[in-house]
Design a protein around this ligand. Structure first.
Ligand SMILES: *[C@@H]1O[C@H](CO)[C@@H](O)[C@H](O)[C@H]1NC(C)=O
Ligand SMILES: *[C@@H]1O[C@H](CO)[C@@H](O)[C@H](O)[C@H]1NC(C)=O
Length: 381
């Protein structure tokens, strides 16, 4: 009885310590990320030939950076808003370090390995696919000795680093231009993508990484590229927001597969923090209640494009000559038909940092702080 009373007191105290922000300072000092054009903050600038050459010309970058900078949007991406929130500089692209354009002193705040056009799987004929997520992980491992001197310094840095793995996989699926894709075929891709992502996370955890944020898939059934490709007069194919139901179901399924694997990893690595970010519902809410988030009407139309039901035309895409962007991109969710606007990315980041779209809840007190608070007050130590 005595013992349990004591332990209750201590757990109360621990709870108290953990819930008072001033006793635990934000411990993230760096961000490392892997992914595709949804996260690339400039690696694209160094790719020949670039997978998304349009992202390198105006009006890309017009809203925030005022010039194209390798980001496939009008402004900041989700990773930029996360960096801002953690009080860190924008995560510099790996290729910038490699080519000597970005000073090595920036490495202490992390490195972004994401490349526009990247895939999870190997083996596609597309030129962009050589920078798969496995290749990106290889870059990270190659870089380790040049940043950190010993396994113990590595461990220290990793404990205060946020690793972001994904989103990735959107470039892997073959989308036939006619007909319906059979679910089985789609799921074959999904399970291969999920197992690739899982193995990358596992390798990171084996390197003693402690916090990994894993975004799920976007609701691609609301994507103007997909909506244009599979446009139909059959109203039953669309949900209340105008998104393609059958297509979104594929990605709900994918997200379930991903979460099952994340749960498995949590059991295998109990002293780590693997955070799932629900991009699917985070983005879906923007299409369902656009006014509530400050967006305009005709929410499925993109800001930068030309013609068609969704202002998306594959023969005249954003970045092509003569294609102009809308007057106020902050009223749009979609930027170019595939990528979203800065305004949409800001809402996604908000849903990660302040909830409710992560499991478990995102916290700035990382694992290192929790364990040190724990050992400070544990009477048994
Ligand atoms: C991870 O941490 C363990 C325990 O401290 C250590 O033995 C191991 O060498 C570390 N692994 C790496 C790759 O640094
Ligand atoms: C798409 O762009 C092409 C090339 O500019 C043009 O010929 C075609 O009419 C456009 N389609 C729509 C639906 O605007």
């Amino acid at each position: 009885m005595y013992c349990s009373a004591i332990s209750r007191t201590w757990s109360l105290l621990l709870l108290l310590l953990l819930s008072v922000p001033s006793t635990i300072t934000c411990c993230y000092t760096s961000i490392f990320s892997f992914g595709d054009s949804l996260t690339d903050t400039g690696n694209l600038n160094f790719m020949y030939p670039p997978a998304n050459p349009n992202c390198l010309v105006p009006p890309y970058g017009e809203t925030y950076f005022q010039h194209p900078n390798g980001r496939c949007s009008n402004g900041r991406l989700v990773i930029d808003f996360i960096a801002e929130y953690l009080g860190l500089p924008y995560v510099k692209p790996y290729m910038g370090f490699k080519n000597g354009v970005v000073g090595r002193e920036n490495m202490k705040h992390g490195v972004n390995f994401a490349v526009a056009g990247a895939t999870a799987l190997e083996g596609d004929a597309d030129a962009s696919t050589k920078y798969t997520i496995a290749v990106q992980l290889g870059w990270f491992k190659d870089m380790l000795p040049s940043i950190y001197t010993s396994p113990s310094s590595c461990k220290k840095v990793f404990q205060s680093s946020l690793f972001i793995v994904g989103p990735i996989g959107g470039n892997d699926y073959p989308y036939p231009s006619s007909g319906i894709i059979p679910l089985e075929e789609f799921n074959t891709y999904s399970s291969r993508i999920v197992s690739t992502i899982t193995s990358v996370i596992k390798e990171l955890l084996d390197l003693n990484v402690t916090t990994v944020l894993v975004p799920g898939s976007f609701p691609y059934g609301c994507n103007p590229y997909v909506l244009t490709l599979y446009e139909t007069k059959d109203e039953e194919k669309y949900d209340q927001a105008g998104c393609l139901i059958w297509f979104n179901e594929f990605f709900e399924n994918y997200n379930e597969m991903l979460q099952t694997e994340i749960n498995r990893l949590r059991e295998l690595y109990p002293h780590t923090n693997i955070i799932y970010a629900d991009y699917f519902n985070s983005v879906l809410q923007l299409y369902r209640s656009p006014q509530q988030f400050g967006f305009g009407e005709n929410i499925l139309k993109v800001c930068c494009g030309s013609g068609g039901s969704y202002n998306y035309n594959v023969s005249a895409m954003c970045g092509s000559s003569g294609v102009i962007s809308c007057d106020d991109p902050s009223k749009y969710v979609g930027w170019d038909g595939y990528h979203l606007t800065e305004a949409a990315y800001r809402w996604i980041a908000k849903g990660i940092l302040h909830g409710p779209y992560t499991t478990p809840k995102f916290t700035t007190s990382c694992i290192k702080s929790v364990t040190s608070a724990d050992s400070n007050i544990n009477p048994m130590k």
